[in-house]
Design a protein around this ligand. Structure first.
Ligand code: NAD
Length: 515
């Protein structure tokens, strides 16, 4: 109750079911059948949720579109003021927001706080950006003419997010969309609706505290539900951009629907991230990076390390150390400060992990350690597992798939070009890393013939990106870029203007058309 009170959610907790939507600050309740939401920590029920009906989803989309029509004319630096104040309130509520992430998504405290910190960081980034939404000035081929680009708000943005970053991924999208002058309608994962309600409540509180003179309209809206609600967003013509984060299967479906109406989609999908460890690598550094990237968030990050490609001269030395590190990890209740590995999100994730380990062994892999369920010294009802280390001869069929659990496949290589080939020979292309002290090796890995991922690191693991860079990957990872760099351009439309300040009408390409 104290946590709910701090997050402004007490008013809903007394009801038998939670709201299905928050539209313009108002709670909406659906008649659809409600389902229990359980915590991955102990399987206890946190509340009951019903998916938003088609009518409520349409209402939210229309509200986001209506908001855009007004919000687009508010000067961008004033839009930035809303985001600045959101950032202030998130700082004040950081601990409570992180506790809710832990309760609903099972992240350990440090990682949950890190996720809220990402929201704070993207607020700061977006505030600065609100004074830098600039285009080019381009010289014209015609006398007394000037060309320029302007970036205008795009419209209402539909944001669909995954369970494993229940706040940060929305924030990457929404904080940029807000300064860009867009409306937002958010469909979070059905596994993390409480986080979404807390986030939306915080934003609504800031909007209301600023008054209608500064913020004439609620720009952000929330609809809860499962796949069907996401499908409604993807199909709706009032959403020119759908930003969708989740599995490749989801991305393929969303992309086709959005393309069918010639909308724009920004896809952040699954990864199959690898690290190459070369003979000159600093092994102490590599070891720490491998363990954090492979088992952090219990292997449930899109950037989690899934494949380790080690030079054959190091494998005998590295494997026993990895087995020791994997076997001595503190696994358990994510609320305890010493825990490093919390639970899997649910039973399905556990069984998917078991299926992948069995398939790997059938296909010729050797299980070196881990994989089994932890039942001692962990809360009953949660799915806690020993992270698994699996020796594979190469990219087996199962290695090509993203299993969203802590499984690290280890393979060896002789020549760097073979390692890079192995690295790139999977359908996904999100995050990658090389550990080396050789400038040549590092530069080869970063070159056009090196890693084919959207993120390529040297002497840093695959997970834990900073918000300042553009985040995303290619191939089955979706092709979208979010967060820093120039990702803001996704949320705006580019207009090219040509201005004639002379008293003649010269035509481009020297065409003469005298009348
Ligand atoms: P998921 O694909 O099951 O669900 C993601 C979201 O999409 C949910 O809100 C879900 O309700 C919705 N959805 C599912 N099918 C849909 C459809 N056909 N149309 C519209 N919406 C649909 O993913 P998950 O299990 O929640 O998350 C894990 C996956 O997300 C992993 O593959 C992970 O790699 C990926 N992920 C990627 C990134 C990234 O930035 N690249 C970040 C986080 C997670």
């Amino acid at each position: 109750p104290a946590l709910l009170a701090e997050l402004g959610l007490t008013r809903y907790a007394a009801e038998p079911i939670w709201p299905s939507a928050l539209v313009a600050g108002e709670a909406h309740y659906a008649d659809e059948e409600a389902r229990a939401l359980t915590s991955p920590i102990h399987g206890l029920t946190l509340g009951h949720f019903a998916p938003a009906s088609a009518g409520i989803v349409n209402l939210a989309i229309e509200a986001a579109h209506g908001a855009y029509l007004k919000w687009r004319s508010v000067p961008a630096p004033l839009r930035g003021e809303l985001v600045r104040r959101i950032g202030i309130l998130v700082r004040q509520r950081k601990t409570a927001l992180a506790q809710l992430i832990t309760l609903e998504a099972g992240k350990i405290t440090a990682e949950a706080e890190g996720e809220v910190q990402e929201w704070i960081d993207i607020c700061d980034f977006a505030v600065g950006l609100s004074r830098q939404l600039h285009g080019l000035t381009i010289v014209s081929e015609r006398p007394q003419h000037r060309m320029m680009e302007q970036w205008h708000p795009l419209g209402a943005v539909g944001v669909i997010t995954a369970f494993n970053f229940p706040m940060a991924v929305w924030a990457w999208n929404a904080m940029l969309a807000l300064v860009c002058g867009d409306g937002v309608v958010w469909k979070p994962s059905e596994k993390t609706p409480l986080c979404a309600l807390a986030v939306q409540t915080l934003v609504d509180e800031v909007v209301e505290s600023m008054g209608t003179e500064l913020v004439p309209v609620h720009p952000c809206h929330l609809v809860l539900g499962e796949r069907e609600v996401g499908e409604r967003l993807a199909a709706h013509p009032l959403l020119p951009l759908i930003s969708a984060t989740g599995s490749t299967r989801m991305g393929r479906a969303v992309a086709q629907t959005v393309a069918g109406r010639l909308g724009r989609s920004l896809l952040e999908l699954g990864g199959n991230n690898a690290m190459i460890v070369t003979p000159s690598a600093d092994l102490e550094l590599a070891l720490r990076a491998i363990v954090f990237a492979a088992v952090g968030t219990c292997g449930q990050r899109c950037t989690s390390l899934r494949r380790l490609i080690v030079h054959e001269s190091l494998i005998e030395q590295l494997l026993p150390r990895l087995v020791r590190a994997f076997s001595s990890l503190p696994i358990g209740d994510p609320r305890y400060p010493h825990t490093l590995v919390g639970p899997l999100i649910d039973a399905d994730a556990y069984w998917a992990m078991q299926a992948a380990l069995q398939a790997a062994q059938r296909q010729g892999a050797t299980l070196l350690c881990g994989g089994e369920r932890v039942e001692q010294d962990v809360p009953e009802g949660g799915y806690y597992v020993h992270p698994a280390l699996v020796r594979v001869p190469g990219n087996l069929e199962v290695v090509n798939e993203e299993t969203f659990a802590p499984i690290l496949y280890v393979m060896s290589y002789e020549e760097l070009h073979d390692a890079i080939d192995l690295h790139n020979a999977v359908p996904q292309g999100l995050s990658s890393a090389i550990f080396t002290d050789s400038l040549r090796e590092a530069e080869q890995f970063l070159s056009p013939a090196g890693s084919d991922c959207g993120i390529a690191n040297v002497n840093i693991g695959t997970s834990g990106a900073e918000i300042g860079g553009a985040f995303g990957g290619d191939k089955d990872s979706g092709g979208g870029r979010e967060s820093g760099s120039d990702a803001w351009k996704n949320y705006m439309r580019r207009v090219t203007n040509t201005i004639n300040y002379g008293d003649h009408l010269p035509l481009a390409q020297g065409i003469r058309f005298d009348i």
